[in-house]
Structure formats: structure tokens, C-alpha cells
Design a protein around this ligand. Sequence first.
Ligand code: CA
Length: 420
Amino acid sequence: MPLIKSWLESANDPDCPFPLNNLPYGVFSHPGTQPRCGVAIGDQILDVAALEAAGLLTLADKPVFDRPEWNAVMALGPDDWQRLRTLLLGFLVEGAALKSQVSAYLHPLDGATMHMPFTVAEYTDFYAGRHHATNVGTMFRGAENALPPNWLHIPIGYNGRASSVVVSGTDVRRPWGQLKAPDADAPRLAPCERFDFELELGAIVGQPSGNGQPVTVAEADAMIFGYVLLNDWSARDIQAWEYQPLGPFQAKATATTISPWIVTRAALEPFRCATPEREKPLLPYLQEPGPMLYDIALEVELTPRDGAPTIIAQTNYREMYYSSAQQLAHHTTSGCPMRVGDLLGSGTISGPDKDSRGSLLELSWGGREPLELPDGTQRSFLHDHDRLTLRGQCHGDGYTLGFGACSGTVQPALPDPYRR
Ligand code: CA
């Protein structure tokens, strides 16, 4: 599909992340205004809350934009998601009849504060990147036992904490936790010494599933409202000591950062691509009726406090072994009910090459091969005041479809978290 031209000139720039083909959903404010729902277009944000209040945009028999979250729109379902997209296209397309009325509801993207775009109902994180699982498994168990026996059959996941999900721009404090070196006799409580990021994509579930009712991969795909970039901050030393036998707990509970704009499934349609060839056939309930991944170029930027930004990894979402639709379908095999606003982390997205690894654990190979930064410092894991930014984009025919940046800065651990 080529660029859909808008009367808003900035949206037609081939490098603009927010052309008419994208139309991502966020919650924004400017100084002195309340957070409200908006849609990014070119270098502007369309205030859909104000459009609804003015009677120019009606999606349901009651208001759905009168709150600073997109959950009410999600709950309407896929037919209304498509209707909203059609209405927005009609407002903003070149030659639109309502141009002069609609232009009064545009506000500059520059200077806007972005907020959480939806209320996270529950959060599940997966482990569905084969290169990542192989790298981590090789480091911890050796190359022969890198992939656990279940890995090629199950999209492995664990239940995370919705309460810890924050929007891009939120500082993240280095956690304290139980640490135990392999040769130490006993654990100690100390600030994390191996604080890391994980490059992931987050799928947002926009429709519920029934209690006790598994869904197919096709049904799961139709339930997904959109995607965000996701950084699953990870305390590797806390994780190493706590994770057996029930998986990560406090190591993953400090924070998970998401990008502020929900890129819809509809916008991503032209970029669908297939999961890789299966080494072991999947059980029928996990087989895909069509291509379920997307061609999304991803990069990770690290900026020390007084240093220059450096791209430390570049990869692509098409490297995943399991899609979000497969993960969602698997999530319901037990009858687990899914809710509007559930967030599914894809798992770390690493590619096959050394510079395509989606975590410092892999990039520095467990700390044995530290990265050299242009300021002369080394990184095995994150330092205090490091800013970590994830970016993603799809390259279309004469346009770019961008995800907003997913950024967070590491703050020093509290001197003594139990001091009262
Ligand atoms: Ca993760």
C-alpha cells in the first residue's frame, strides 16, 4: 500500500513516523491541560476527546473518549476499531470536506507530555525469541542444553505485574534484592549489580475471552488491538538466585516501560510476515492460519549521562519464533480469561548476529565481553544515569510507520530502602 496523502503536509514526509497510514493512539497533555486521548498525525496530535465533545466524532451511544485511556474504545470491538480508523482517515485525507473544522483540534506533538495510553489490566511476559533463548541457555547450561525440551512446543511465559508498567520517559530506579554469588555461602541484600534491559514488543489485548473458553490463533489475532515497544527491565543477579523453580519474580517487578503510542493492528497489516520454519511440528491449536509476525526494524540506543547516544543493537521483530497471536491462544488453553487491556510481552527480540542481541546480558555475553562506548567507558550492564531508548519502524512504499520512542533513565538505588 502506498502513502495515503493528508492535507497536513508534515504527514506526507517519507521519513515522518506518523503518516496517515499509521494513526497511532495515545494520551497526551500540554502545560495547563488535562491528559486526554489523541491520535498522532505528522507533527501534530488530533484531540479526539475534544472532537467527540464537539459532536464531530461519535463512536458509540455514550462517550468513549471522556477519560484519559483507550480501554473504552478497545471494549467496543473490532468493527468499531475499523470504523474509527475510517472516520479518522476521512478527517485527515487530502481533500477532506471537514478540513477547516478538524484543523482546530490539532495540537503540536512537540512539547506534549505523553501518558500511559491505556490501563493495563494484567501483564504476561513471554520468552519466545529463539536467538535470545539459545544465547541465554548457552550461557547458563551449555550449547547442548541451550533450549529447554519444552521450548519448541510451548510459547513459555510467566505472569508479570500490571502495576509496574510505566510509560516512556518515566525514570527507573535500580532495585535492591537478594544477591548470591555462585561461590558465596549465603545471600545478601544489596542494590542490583547486573541491571539490564530487554527489547520486546507488547501486544495489547482489546477484547476479552470467556472464562474456561480457549481461543484459536485466528481468534486471538482478531482480539489484538495494537502494539507498543516494551522494555522489560531485568535484574540479572536477582533473577539468577531466585528463578528456580518458579521463574522470575522480583527480578522483573521493578518496572516495564512501554512506548506511548499504540500502533494498531490495522496499520501494521501491510507488514505481516511469517514465523520461521518449525523445527518440531506444533500442536494443531498453535498452528497459524496465515502470517502472524510483522517486519518491524528495531534498534536500541544507550546514552550515558555525559556521553553521546550510541546504537548498541539492531534487529527485527520478524526474528521471533512465536507470534503474539500464538502466545495469546496458548494463554487461554487452561481456560484463563483474558481481559480488555491485557498486555503480552513478546520476549526479548534478538537476531542471529552479535550486534542484533536485545539485552546487555547477551551483548556482553554475561559480562565477559563488555561493550566499548565512544566515551571510553565499558558496559556489561547498565550504569546509573544511563538512558536506554528503544525505537521501531516499518518501511512502507513511500512512507515510514514509526513507533514512538520507548525511553527510560536508570536512577541510583536508594541508599537504604528500609530507613524510616
Ligand atoms: Ca522479558
